[in-house]
Design a protein around this ligand. Structure first.
Ligand code: ADP
Ligand code: ZN
Ligand code: ZN
Length: 748
């Protein structure tokens, strides 16, 4: 008799995942069954034959042997996407460490109760000519929101209601007013809903030579089938999106489906419309504003074959397409593609595995590829095509100049603006052009410290510096703790206590003082608390309702601003001092993206990078706009330190409300792992660092410690993770939570 047992779920729902049934695999099937297989089983008292999915296999029975029934047969049906998704979940569980249930819940489209909201859309009730007249009127009266909507509706017949209020940022009051005036109509159902592939006539963009070559190279690569992925390295504005769309069209015409990942923050209304224009109602989007029910509905439409293209953030990967042909990850270097809850997966790697399961192809696109991806490309494991020119006519790359702030200090200039930047801003204001000022604060907050003893004021719960707000409150950005600004140091009683350096708020104030007539907008974590704030500020700036936009790294993503001719980077160094190995990479990416914002229109752009570190290779290379130069320097550093992509890191963290418990448990785990690798003789390949406090040692009264394990061989780290899971299984401790993060994208 066989002693292989299978855990089977009989439908895809929350309850089913938590309650699987065990069956025996009959001898005839032991060689063929696998995770994700769809099988027929006798079920219940009457042994009714039903179908279910295998989610786990083991050689131990969890119930009495004689009560276990046998699987009847394996159902071969390649159109069943759930089986592939279960296989994917299993791969993720093994690779990143999590429970099977956590992985399944991440991956499977789980039914949620949803009140069916009616889909609404907007269209014009007047002719295009009348609408154009109306548009002129709006422009004259500075009715920018109305103008924006009219323009969009002239270009695109019909637009989903939620897109108009969301991405286009038009209030429902404005919509109502325009409806009452008989200019637009609110339709209670979307008009077009044919489920045949019908590509709309899109505006005729003829691909340039570089783009054509990229398309044909990639098509060739896909046909050849030797490699499963290709990187498109193309400067900002080189027309990557057009290349994606051309490739998507080819794949869709073959009856296959496409998943496009775009970081939500970079997905603009214009980009969305380009997709809708071209693919009509065969395309849909996922975004954070959807309720779980609406999300599930989108997944159902995908499964039924109503959709060909799904655009969304990393979770769009799990769209249940039955015949997936292509996955595209735009801005592949973005850190939002790494999940921060278990399983802490990297979308890029999961996409590759998914492509393998479907026999599909993966395209990664970026102007500043991650060092990991570029390394894959130069070593030939991933294809590589490059786009070197800006695609739209007349648009040129900006001039980039570095200003040494140390020299400014020597000259006695202590303000946040160098003499040159100040002069340049004045010029732009006179010419009626726009300016973006970018404060690179990644990992940095405007903290308050004592000049006498050097202590910074910290949150009593989180061990992070408190940030000073304008209302004279000191606020913790992790837990929201708030206290009044104190005038005396709690440590040494000195009154030499003062905020360190400027935040965006102070810069805005400064600019207002220097240029009292300029209209200034600010965008940072504080001004974008509500979901719509981000889109509202950017569209207002795009409508030229302001001259200067001051902001953090958020302002450098997406969006074309043709009237921006000057981008000032106020302190390029701040992100160089973040405490993880990707700090230089991130600095280069941010600076290059910032530079990409200038001169998107016909006018020439200029970028000024202010820094105390003009010699640092990240800064030098971004001034030269030379990715290769950056990559070579960075790779040398990674090699020297055995950091990814040349080595790998597994971060094992402990979290506990009782400090000693977390500490002891993680120490014990480290000892166990050490003994284990010594016993196996693999200590040459694996380095286990002593566990340490996280750089933020406490968040919301939970103590955090981290243990870093390093190895050049990824598989060995996966094994270390498996061993740790065994340890946790054998030493149950409810007061301590252990998490795994393979090749983390931020420091702990
Ligand atoms: P990327 O995704 O590389 O930043 P986009 O595809 O968004 O670039 O293209 C940048 C701009 O250039 C867009 O406004 C786009 O419409 C335009 N564009 C792209 N390809 C062409 C082309 N072949 N001819 C004319 N304009 C183009
Ligand atoms: Zn002090
Ligand atoms: Zn706090």
């Amino acid at each position: 008799m066989s002693n292989l047992y299978a855990d089977i779920i009989v439908n895809i729902s929350h309850e089913a995942l938590d309650r699987s049934f065990q069956y025996r695999v009959p001898p005839a099937l032991t060689d063929t069954v696998g995770i994700g297989d769809y099988v027929s089983i006798p079920f219940g008292k009457g042994n009714r034959i039903i179908q279910g999915y295998i989610i786990a296999l083991s050689d131990k029975a969890s119930i009495d042997g004689d009560r276990i029934k046998d699987i009847q047969s394996i159902v071969k049906d390649s159109s069943l996407v759930e089986g592939k998704l279960i296989k994917l979940a299993f791969w993720m569980k093994r690779r990143y460490g999590s429970t099977l249930i956590q992985a399944l819940k991440t991956v499977l489209p789980i039914k949620k109760e949803s009140r069916h909201k009616e889909e609404r859309s907007l269209s014009l009730s007047i002719s295009n000519e009348e609408a154009l007249k109306e548009l002129k009127l709006c422009e004259k009266k500075h009715h920018t929101a109305r103008g924006r909507l009219l323009k969009a509706l002239i270009e695109t017949e019909e637009i989903e209601y939620s897109l108009v209020t969301g991405k286009l940022n038009i209030s429902s009051a404005t919509i109502k007013a325009m409806e009452e005036k008989g200019i637009i109509a609110v339709n209670s159902r979307r008009i077009y809903r044919n489920s045949k592939v019908s590509l709309k006539d899109h505006k005729n963009i003829i691909l340039n030579e570089e783009q054509k070559e990229a398309v044909s190279d990639i098509l060739e690569e896909m046909d050849r089938g030797e490699r499963r992925s290709c990187l498109i390295h193309g400067i900002t504005g080189s027309g990557k999106t057009e290349v994606y769309m051309e490739l998507i069209e080819r794949v869709v015409l073959k009856g296959k489906q496409v998943i496009v990942l775009i970081p939500e923050i970079a997905l603009t209304f214009q980009t969305l419309m380009r997709f809708y224009d071209r693919f009509g109602d065969r395309v849909s989007t996922l975004h954070s504003k959807l309720s779980p029910g609406e999300r599930y509905d989108q997944f159902e439409r995908a499964k039924k074959g109503e959709l060909s293209v799904m655009i969304g953030p990393r979770s769009a990967l799990f769209t249940p397409f039955t015949n997936l042909g292509l996955i595209i990850i735009d801005e592949e270097h973005e850190s939002s593609y790494k999940s921060d809850s278990m399983p802490k997966y990297a979308a890029k790697d999961v996409a590759l595995e998914l492509a393998r399961l479907h026999g599909a192809f993966l395209i990664l696109g970026s102007a500043t590829p991650s060092v990991d991806t570029y390394y894959e490309a130069v070593s030939g494991r991933t294809g590589l095509v490059t786009l070197t020119k800006r695609a739209s006519e007349g648009s040129k790359l900006a001039r980039v100049k570095v200003v040494d702030l140390r020299e400014e200090l020597k000259k006695g200039n202590r303000s946040v603006l160098s003499t040159e930047l100040k002069k340049d801003i004045e010029e732009r204001l006179i010419n009626n052009e726009q300016v973006m000022l970018f404060l690179n604060r990644r990992g940095y907050s405007g903290f308050v410290s004592c000049r006498a003893c050097g202590e910074a004021l910290k949150c009593p719960h989180c061990d992070v510096s408190l940030t000073l707000h304008k209302n004279n409150k000191l606020v913790c950005h992790y837990c929201g703790y708030e206290q009044d600004y104190i005038r005396k140091c709690p440590n040494c009683s000195s009154s030499l206590i003062a905020p360190m350096r400027a935040g965006t708020e102070q810069i805005e104030e400064n600019i207002n003082k220097l240029f009292p007539f300029a209209r200034v907008l600010r965008m940072d974590g504080d001004t974008t608390r509500k979901k719509d704030d981000y889109d509202r500020i950017l569209s207002s700036f795009a409508n030229r309702e302001a001259d200067i936009l001051v902001g953090t790294q958020m302002i450098v993503k997406g969006h074309d601003f043709p009237y921006v001719t000057l981008v000032g980077v106020l302190a390029a160094d701040m992100s160089l001092y973040a405490n993880d190995y990707r700090a230089s990479e991130r600095t280069f990416q941010l600076l290059t993206q910032a530079a990409g914002r200038a001169g998107r229109g016909k006018r020439e752009g200029k970028v000024l990078i202010q820094t105390y570190n003009p010699e640092h290779y990240s800064i030098v290379a971004s001034a030269h706009q030379d990715y290769g130069e950056f990559f070579e320097n960075e790779l040398a550093y990674r090699k020297f330190m055995s950091y990814p992509p040349l080595g790998h890191i597994l971060a094992i963290t402990s979290e506990s409300s009782i400090e000693s418990k977390g500490r002891v448990y993680l120490n014990d785990l480290a000892d166990y792992l050490k003994n284990d690798i010594i016993a196996k003789g693999s200590e040459k390949w694996i380095k286990i660092n002593p566990p340490v406090e996280c750089s933020i040692k406490k968040i919301m009264d939970i103590y955090r410690r981290v243990l870093y394990v390093k190895s050049d061989r990824l598989e060995m780290l996966v094994e270390i993770k498996d061993r740790s899971e065994n340890f946790i299984e054998e030493h149950k401790e409810e007061k301590v939570k252990i998490s795994f993060d393979l090749d983390p994208v931020h420091g702990y």
